[in-house]
Design a protein around this ligand. Structure first.
Ligand SMILES: NC(=O)c1ccc[n+]([C@@H]2O[C@H](COP(=O)([O-])OP(=O)(O)OC[C@H]3O[C@@H](n4cnc5c(N)ncnc54)[C@H](OP(=O)(O)O)[C@@H]3O)[C@@H](O)[C@H]2O)c1
Length: 294
């Protein structure tokens, strides 16, 4: 049986946020599998260090990098144009980059920066790369989302990106909202782009000890304890899930799914918002307006 890594040999893949954590492991695995990897990072020096590391490990690998801050729409437009210049087609897009800002910050375009990084930037990038994905059809989009999307009680499609105070439960609620947006967009893509030969699936990598969780107060301490238990995954285990969705022939027909990797999570009730097609549609239309696509 063909494995996901065999299926990805020679595939043209874009991965965002490959300078650390899960994204770096995804890029590493893709490079080792013989894929053409183009990763997008926001920090040139960290990107170049990653490039050196990946070339050292897989000397014959075709790995390149582009620099863009995904929270800045102008950067996203510029990097998408560069992707068209560099790749003949796009078999796989892995929207992995993400942040958990502890305090409210405003993006250069005037949005909540965490929502801009985790949702608006990837949304614009995905839309701009759709024609390139179509050239490779059947092609796949993988969204690195999170179980935290289940905790969102209210999602207002008119106001989700507005900057403001983070309220009593702080940044966690905004992070969860950004991840629900990832899930809703995945489902909307499944409806809109099936006829173009593009499928999209989202997954939660589980609890992974990366830069993202280490920034949360007490996060580093709790994780150093939890790391000794099966509760916490390695970035490599998380990357394997992404690769399965990206290349495993057994996932070829799957579209619009959200995959849990946390033991027992499938027993939890799904988010009440997940299957609201009206909400998926409204979020898509509002996101188009905000990023200037409509
Ligand atoms: N860790 C977990 O337990 C967990 C659980 C559920 C979901 N996730 C999701 O997994 C994904 C990867 O996170 P991680 O845990 O691997 O964290 P990480 O180690 O902090 O990696 C995040 C990556 O995203 C990049 N990034 C952040 N903001 C960016 C921006 N504005 N523009 C471009 N790149 C940006 C970072 O670049 P720099 O190197 O420059 O910072 C880094 O490469 C995220 O989407 C996160 O929400 C993680």
């Amino acid at each position: 049986m063909t494995t996901s890594t065999e299926a990805l040999a020679g595939a043209y893949c874009v991965v965002t946020g490959a300078t650390s954590g899960i994204g770096k492991e995804i890029a590493r695995e893709l490079a080792a599998a013989g894929a053409h990897v183009l990763f997008i990072c926001r920090d040139r020096a960290r990107g170049e260090a990653t490039l050196v590391e990946l070339h050292r490990e897989s000397p014959s690998a075709a790995v390149r990098m582009l620099v863009a801050d995904l929270s800045a729409l102008q950067d996203v437009r510029a990097v998408a144009e560069e992707v068209y210049r560099q790749l003949p087609r796009l078999d796989v897009l892995i929207n992995n980059a993400g942040t958990h800002d502890l305090r409210p910050e405003v993006s250069v375009d005037g949005f909540d920066r965490m929502i801009a990084t985790n949702h608006l930037g990837p949304f614009l990038l995905t839309n701009l790369l759709a024609d390139l994905l179509e050239r490779a059809a059947p092609s796949r989009i993988v969204m690195v989302a999170s179980e935290s999307h289940r905790s969102v009680l209210r999602m207002d499609p008119r106001t989700f990106a507005e900057p403001g105070r983070y309220g009593p439960i702080g940044s966690v609620a905004v992070y969860a909202r950004s991840k629900l947006l990832n899930v809703l967009v995945t489902q909307e893509i499944a409806r809109r782009w099936t006829s173009r030969g593009i499928v999209a699936n989202a997954f939660c990598p589980g609890l992974v000890s990366t830069g993202l969780v280490r920034n949360i107060p007490m996060g580093a301490r709790l994780f150093s304890l939890a790391e000794r238990t099966p509760l916490v995954r390695s970035a490599r285990q998380a990357a394997e899930h992404a690769l399965r969705l990206a290349g495993d022939p057994r996932f070829a027909g799957r579209n619009g799914g959200f995959y849990s990797t946390t033991p027992g999570a499938v027993l939890l009730p799904p988010s009440p918002h997940r299957f609201r097609t009206g909400l998926q549609h409204a979020v898509w239309e509002r996101s188009e307006e905000l990023v200037g696509l409509s």
